[in-house]
Design a protein around this ligand. Structure first.
Ligand SMILES: [Zn+2]
Length: 439
């Protein structure tokens, strides 16, 4: 396996196989033989081999981009397959960069795929991007976006940026060293658009908020289009222009974005001249330990069919003696464990069990006998709940945060005996209903 982007001799002439493969390009005067050679000699780095990285790298490989670096530390998990079209069931558990490289080589043997199985951070980003002409940001977390954004400014590499959430996405090309083709002004960088990271936890991820499977296909393909234009030097790159797409309205919108002369990295007097600590800057880790654990679990379940040796699913062995995750800060005044709830149900004890999630979540997995009252609608249900104010009430949600809020609100309404189920139905499905859905 080659590990640098400089391993390939330049293509000076296309062989007959290549002429046949690329003839739809060669017949375009804007591409032609010279353009195809530019593509074959181009070196692009795609950071993230997920929803965006899949269509980006597939189309770039098919187009004949000669060197594609892929940086990702993840393995393929079953819930990736809803949108990450490089992968199939046979790649579950494999390193994404490796599974991707196999598929891309199959699409086009001309393409040299370089696997960077690594987290991109301030320690390695400068070396990582050095040998590439263009960097593509297909990541899903803020520390990496700032890290990639800064490094691209420092090394004068175009940063073809895309992001997606639920039904909406956006694309732009950050390149302060290049000019907005319409205005002739220098383009902005990522920090010009987002000077400050969002408050930790304030912006939900796709794992938390969901994403329509086709959306990364649309946004990633637009990013691939910008990459091809930059390599070929044709058309107008989206420098100084942010394009948003709404899948529900089928609407594209254009926004002018400008370089901030006081930007700490691309401004007139930069204060950031080397990568900084991006986890500290954003207040969140690059790798979310919860999602890492979830991936591990998903892969394990897929491999074993979620069954223990007895043929039945086994409780998660990492849980402690009370069925709580290691290190869980249990609040006895406010919480009960899923195991305690199960025992009450088994004994036929009389109590009110409330599920405070949304109906679509209830449909994924629920506990028999629970009454669905979404947290958002609690106000409309006080009257219905009031007669139970003297009874024992247990509230649960997905992972235990919303149910604590619900519990607080009920106590404010005079409910004396109300508690939240620790860890929510996800923990329930690990301990008392092992093998039950995790989402
Ligand atoms: Zn800037």
């Amino acid at each position: 396996m080659s590990t640098t982007a400089t391993a390939k001799p330049p293509v000076t002439q296309l062989n007959s196989e290549q002429i046949n493969r690329y003839k739809r390009h060669l017949i375009l005067p804007e591409v032609g033989m010279e353009g195809q050679k530019k593509l074959l000699n181009a070196k692009v780095l795609c950071i993230g081999a997920g929803g965006l990285g899949c269509p980006i790298s597939l189309y770039l490989a098919a187009a004949g981009v000669g060197t594609i670096g892929l940086a990702d530390v993840d393995v393929v998990s079953p819930s990736n397959l809803q949108r990450q079209i490089l992968f199939g069931v046979s790649s579950i558990g494999e390193d994404k960069v490796h599974a991707a490289a196999k598929r891309l080589k199959d699409v086009n043997p001309d393409c040299n795929v370089i696997e960077h199985k690594t987290v991109v951070n301030s320690g390695n980003v400068m070396d990582l991007i050095r040998d590439y002409d263009i960097v593509i940001d297909g990541t899903d977390n803020f520390p990496t976006r700032y890290c990639v954004g800064d490094a691209c400014v420092l090394q004068k590499k175009p940063n073809v940026y895309g992001s997606i959430f639920r039904f909406e996405g956006m694309v732009t090309v950050f390149a302060p060293h290049l000019k907005n083709p319409d205005t002739g002004e220098q383009g902005p960088c990522y920090r010009c658009l987002y000077p400050e990271p969002p408050d930790p936890g304030s912006v939900p991820s796709c794992a938390e908020g969901g994403v329509l499977g086709v959306l990364p296909g649309i946004i990633g393909t637009l990013q691939a289009n910008e990459v091809l234009k930059l390599i070929l030097g044709i058309g107008k790159p989206a420098i100084g222009r942010l394009v948003t797409f709404n899948a529900l309205d089928m609407e594209f919108r254009n926004f002018k974005i400008r370089r901030d002369p006081t930007c700490p990295v691309c401004g007139t007097n930069p204060t950031i001249t080397a990568p900084v600590d991006y986890e500290q800057f954003c207040g969140v880790p690059i790798l979310d330990p919860k999602s890492l654990e979830e991936t591990k679990q998903e892969v394990q379940n897929a491999k074993s069919g979620a069954k223990g040796e007895s043929g039945r699913a086994a409780p998660d062995p990492s849980l402690d003696a009370r069925g709580l995750p290691p290190g869980y800060q249990f609040k006895p005044d406010w919480e009960v464990t899923p195991r305690e709830v199960k025992s009450k149900l088994d004994k036929g004890e009389k109590f009110v069990l409330i599920d405070c999630r949304l109906p679509n979540e209830y449909q994924i997995t629920h506990i028999e006998g629970a009454t669905l009252i979404p947290l958002q609608q609690i106000g409309q249900h006080f009257a219905q709940l009031k007669p139970h104010a003297g009874e024992e009430v247990i509230v649960h949600c997905r992972s235990g945060a919303r149910s604590l809020q619900f519990t607080q609100l009920l106590r404010q309404q005079g409910f004396k005996n109300v508690k939240s189920m620790a860890g929510g139905i996800l923990l329930w499905n690990k301990d008392v209903n092992p093998g039950g859905p995790q989402y």
